[in-house]
Design a protein around this ligand. Sequence first.
Ligand code: F6R
Length: 608
Amino acid sequence: MCGIVAYVGNQTARGILLEGLKRLEYRGYDSSGIAILNGASAYLVKSVGKVEALEQRVSQEGPEGVAGIAHTRWATHGKPTEANAHPHTDCSGRFFLVHNGIIENYLALRKRLSSSGHAFRSETDTEVLAHLIESHYSGDLEAAVRQALMGVQGTFGIAVMHSAHPNQIIVARRGSPIVLGVGKDESLAASDVTALAKHTEQVVYLEDNEVARLEPGQFWITTLDNRAVRREATVLEGGPEAIDRGPFPHFMLKEIFEQPEAVENALRGRLNHAEGVAKLGGLESVLDPLRQARHLIIISCGTSYYAGLYARYVFETLTDLTVETELASEFRYRKLNLRQNTVVLAISQSGETADTLAALREAKRKGALVLGLVNVVGSTIARETHAGVYSHAGIEIGVASTKSFVSQLTILILMALLLGRGRDLSFEEGESILRDLEKIPEQIREVLEQSDRIHELATRYCQAQHFLYIGRKYQYAIALEGALKLKEIAYIHSEGYAAGEMKHGPIALIDPSFPTLALAPEHGSYDKVVSNIQEIRAREGRIIAVTSWGNTRLAPLVDDLIEVPHTRGLLAPLLTVVPLQLFAYHCAVLRGCDVDKPRNLAKSVTVE
Ligand code: F6R
């Protein structure tokens, strides 16, 4: 998370930077800061809380200057204080730096820099970058940044200024986005194109391990090892919504491709390897009642409901809680006999879903401790729950939930770990789940590489009138979610079923025109799913199976195979859901559907 905006040009920088920050506030909101150069003199101010607080101060003080950098922070290393807010400076106070991402070797770097005399003022990982650049500086800012970054492990999107170079801003990225905006006599950079929209239609996306030098109206890109890169600016069309799509034809596809980052954001700062447990700041105030909890009821709607169904298995595996998952629209009208020590968890991307809100109010009325898992910061559900966790998936514009779903799954695992470690889950088990979780973003990237192949599958299957999706245990919820994606986006009738239920009715539907998508990664119930596949095969049903890399045993039994990387069964849904989203997306595009605005649906369902 966090947001960066940078400007160098011929206009007063402060208004442009503040307006950019406000557009980025959804990425971080606990503190912010701004640095402006006016010739060789520098203005630096930071503020805790919303960007509004910073804006008031800056507007009162009215700093002049045509170059500046600004940042809105979502704390990872160190509390949200002024000292920890960005921009950070070096010992000389002449360098200014803002950063998104995490510097993994910051402790080693900090130790080394401290022993050579650098004095640190914050608890952040970011500050080491300012001192590291200072240690490499001998008159050439860009060269110093490049050399410093060569010694850095971790992820970064940065913007750097030095008061001896008032017409220059250096930006660089690895794993954290930076986009450049080029205008007449002005250049901008930001972590998200929305911050640039008002000023320029010409944008350039920086790639990993690239550095750019910005001067008014001009930019130069090089790789970290100093090879020149030529990249033409792309012209943005449409309103601010279209601007956000970047190079993707639809928001849904963009958001599917943002899932590795969504999982990284969900995990950031929340893993405690030393104790094999998750750190969830939003639940700290209720840790005691959570320790006493005996029953958990999860309430939600649609895709969020499927996240809750998955969570039932996860909580049952990692804790000794009795878990129920309920559709909020049903729960709200039930005669509730909540037992003592019942915790209710409301899951919602928007935080505004009317049924979920009504259900949580009913649970509160009955005396339950009510928690929230919400994406939209400050939304009604977030405000009305006793405590909770934000998923930090970023704004989701596509009506069909994709990245918010994988974020929800990720955080539900962290919640279950937190509760489980307070009970009988061992350190070894907790720690080993954390390690496997950290591999998931990279493994999702590997699945995303198969988008073209899934497009090819979609061309062969998209004319089907009906589809069946089957899975067991952790994959049951994914079967339901896959079927929902196909029906809501591609308008193909599709049903998700627990694979074991096939023989109790749905198998009657199977014939060569009724394909099945079977979720069959090689875990606990794999053999049972294979038996169900055999049953479909015997009725001449066409089958696409999603299984683990290299599982060729399934090939003779199915028509098409999609393979996903190996992980433990509990985490496999984070991978198997991705081809299902891509399949629905490609089918929808091939059928000429309006992917981002499917008929009859709205992003936030605020009516009953
Ligand atoms: C489906 C989808 C919906 C939502 C549902 C709940 O892709 O997006 O089913 O999941 O309307 O919305 P939230 O999570 O905002 O409460």
